[in-house]
Design a protein around this ligand. Structure first.
Ligand SMILES: Cc1cc2nc3c(=O)[nH]c(=O)nc-3n(C[C@H](O)[C@H](O)[C@H](O)COP(=O)(O)OP(=O)(O)OC[C@H]3O[C@@H](n4cnc5c(N)ncnc54)[C@H](O)[C@@H]3O)c2cc1C
Length: 377
């Protein structure tokens, strides 16, 4: 095992850091999304909206490990921006894994280069996100493809996605066993953004409800799983990647909280000394740093396994479970260290507490991660 980063990875981190310091950090506390477009252009200029897209389709062709390094850096400055990137990576993953040449040529270049945009992954429905057996979005076969009907909820990048990767059942009697993944251009007739929510955190990322009413999906826009009935398998493989990326996002949020609390603790005087000199505070900082290191190593292991094509479902679920929990604990500890400031709207730490809150819900709730892990014990 080698924990050192390659020269290329170090340079990648440095280039993201330097771009972020100039073009993202100055606007990161303004959550309303007014700077979103500008930030996406900055990412596109560096081809970072979907860095896993292979070079032949215009991407950087990064492995997941290097991509996780990018996501951590982005999350450390803007968790909402990192969520936009993670959702785009999730939407592209089924195409990269199982798409045919035509699908790759048509959809992946939309996420690369200076004109790149985001993509969305749509699985959750108003009736539920955890139970795939109650999925009600249906893709009914018709003469030249499928007719898509249904509603997807809480979709990141709703309204800004160039295309939506939609999970639907092709047989309402079989539901989970008949799942297929469909690629729906954002402008397709019958696609309607019904609502964009006011979320508690990751505010830069638009999260919304999308209705599909008699949307015609041509046969070329269906990802053909290699074996019949293996749409579910492809879905779980993309979740493994998505969970590792959420884990990286969690590490970035936790790291930002630690840096903020540490800086405060070194400068805030109480009883005549910086509060970092009080053991209660310095031990809390030590615990935070230790937990972040645990989360990062678990994230790296999951990505490393995925890049090598090993057995990675449990590693990915464990990383997501641990890192999201750690990010929530660390942001709260950081807010405590900052006293009253940690509770004031408009401060970084108050924002990070809200950002971290969603991590135990997205990409399968942490209850679902525990089910994945315990089923393999
Ligand atoms: C900000 C945000 C962004 C999101 N982005 C996306 C996105 O881009 N695409 C997308 O498809 N979805 C997205 N989601 C939806 C998210 O994936 C779902 O919220 C999540 O899967 C849970 O589904 P649910 O909210 O319907 O809760 P439910 O499935 O109704 O679950 C409610 C509670 O019951 C628990 N529970 C359910 N079943 C079980 C069980 N069998 N055993 C134990 N506990 C159980 C859950 O863990 C949870 O605590 C997003 C959500 C949020 C808040």
């Amino acid at each position: 095992m080698d924990f050192s980063l390659t020269k290329k990875q170090q340079e990648l981190i440095e280039s993201v850091k330097s771009m972020a310091a100039q073009e993202i950090t100055p606007f990161a506390l303004q959550e309303e999304g007014i700077h979103r477009e500008k930030m996406l252009i900055s990412l596109a200029r560096m081809n970072l909206l979907c860095p896993t897209v292979p070079k032949e389709f215009g991407g950087l062709g990064l492995d997941l490990f290097s991509t996780a390094l990018v996501v951590e850096e982005l999350a450390a400055v803007s968790p909402g921006l990192a969520a936009i990137v993670a959702a785009t990576l999730h939407a592209a993953e089924p195409i990269i894994l199982a798409g045919n040449e035509q699908q790759k040529k048509e959809f992946l270049p939309l996420l690369t280069g200076a004109q790149a945009g985001a993509a969305a992954f749509a699985l959750t429905e108003p009736e539920g996100g955890s139970d795939l057996n109650i999925i009600s979005t249906q893709a009914a076969a018709d003469h030249n493809g499928y007719l898509l009907n249904g509603c997807k909820d809480y979709v990141i990048n709703a309204g800004i996605a160039r295309f939506i990767t939609v999970v639907a059942a092709t047989d309402m009697f079989k539901k989970k066993a008949s799942l297929r993944i469909f690629l729906v251009p954002h402008h397709a007739a019958g696609v309607k953004i019904e609502e964009i929510y006011h979320t508690s955190g990751i505010n830069l990322a638009p999260v919304g409800r999308i209705r599909f009413a008699d949307v015609n999906i041509v046969g070329e826009h269906v990802i053909k799983s290699r074996e019949a009935g293996s749409g579910y398998l492809l879905l779980t493989q993309t979740f493994d990647v998505g969970r590792a990326l959420v884990s990286a996002l969690a590490v970035g949020i936790a790291r930002a909280a630690l840096e903020e609390a540490l800086n405060f603790a070194e400068n805030r005087l109480q009883s005549g000394v910086p509060i970092k000199k009080h053991q209660a505070v310095s031990f809390a900082l030590a615990d935070m740093a230790t937990r972040i290191e645990m989360a990062r190593l678990m994230t790296w292991k999951a990505c490393w396994l995925i890049d090598r094509g090993g057995d990675y479902s449990v590693a990915s679920a464990m990383a997501k479970l641990a890192s999201s929990t750690i990010a929530q604990e660390v942001t709260c500890l950081a807010a405590d260290i900052m006293g009253a400031r940690g509770y004031i709207k408009g401060t970084l730490i108050e924002q990070l507490v809200r950002d971290a809150r969603v991590l135990s819900t997205i990409e399968g709730t942490n209850h679902i991660q525990r089910m994945v892990i315990s089923s393999q014990l």
